[in-house]
Design a binder for this molecule. Structure first.
Ligand code: ZN
Length: 194
C-alpha cells in the first residue's frame, strides 16, 4: 500500500527537497533529471510521550531541555501533510546506524499539559553512544502517526531531517519506515508482532 503522497526526491536550492508530489520514478514533472536530495547531516527522531512515560524517562536519567518549538515552518513533508499511519520506525533506525549515523544524547522537551517530546538525535559526527534501554522501547512500537520532514537549510548549512511520531499503539504496524539513504520510503512490515 503506497503512501498517498511522496515528495519528489530532487534537491532544491540550498540542499532542500522538492515539495511537489512525485509522479514518475520518485520525481515531479519539473525534476526528471535534477540531482537527488542530499543525505542528512542530522536526523532528529521526535516521539510524543505522555507525562507518566516522560517521568519514567527522567527518572532513568534523560535530561529535560526546555520547551518544544514545533516543526520548523517551510519543512518539506516527505509523506505529505498527514504523514503515515500505523508505522514502525525501528527498521529505519537500524538502517541509519548501518549508514554511519550515531545516537547522540536523548532529551525531553515540554509540549503541552498532557504530552512531552522525547528527542533522539542521530548524526554522522556523533561517537555513537548506546541508546538507553528506557528509550529503546519507544523505537520498537507502532506509532499511530509519523511525519518525516526535511527542514529548510539551517544557518550553518547542515541538512536536518525530522521523524516525528505520535500516538503509541498496541497493535501491529501497516508500514515500516525505511531510511533509503535519506530519501525515506515505506515497506511492508517484515515481522508480525503479537
Ligand atoms: Zn520536484
Amino acid at each position: 500500500m503506497p503512501p498517498l503522497f511522496y515528495a519528489c526526491t530532487a534537491e532544491t536550492k540550498r540542499k532542500g527537497r522538492c515539495q511537489n508530489d512525485a509522479q514518475v520514478e520518485g520525481r515531479c514533472l519539473d525534476h526528471p533529471t535534477a540531482p537527488r536530495a542530499s543525505q542528512p547531516d542530522m536526523i532528529q527522531v521526535e516521539l510524543h510521550v505522555n507525562l507518566e512515560q516522560s517521568q519514567g524517562l527522567e527518572l532513568g536519567g534523560i535530561p529535560r531541555r526546555g520547551i518544544y518549538e514545533g516543526i520548523p515552518p517551510k519543512s518539506t513533508q516527505v509523506f505529505g501533510a498527514y504523514g503515515l499511519a500505523r508505522v514502525q520506525i525501528s527498521h529505519a533506525v537500524q538502517e541509519m546506524r548501518e549508514n554511519g549515523y550515531g545516537a547522540e544524547e536523548p532529551s525531553l522537551l515540554q509540549r503541552d499539559e498532557t504530552m512531552d517530546i522525547l528527542v533522539l538525535p542521530f548524526s554522522r559526527t556523533s561517537s555513537s553512544r548506546d541508546i538507553p534501554a528506557g528509550v529503546e522501547q519507544f523505537l520498537c512500537v507502532t506509532w499511530g502517526y509519523c511525519k518525516v520532514l526535511v527542514a529548510p537549510n539551517s544557518e550553518d548549512g547542515r541538512v536536518i531531517h525530522i521523524v516525528n511520531c505520535a500516538h503509541k499503539l498496541s497493535f501491529p504496524p501497516l508500514y515500516e519506515l525505511s531510511f533509503e539513504e535519506g530519501l525515506w520510503g515505506v515497506k511492508e512490515p517484515s515481522e508480525t508482532r503479537p
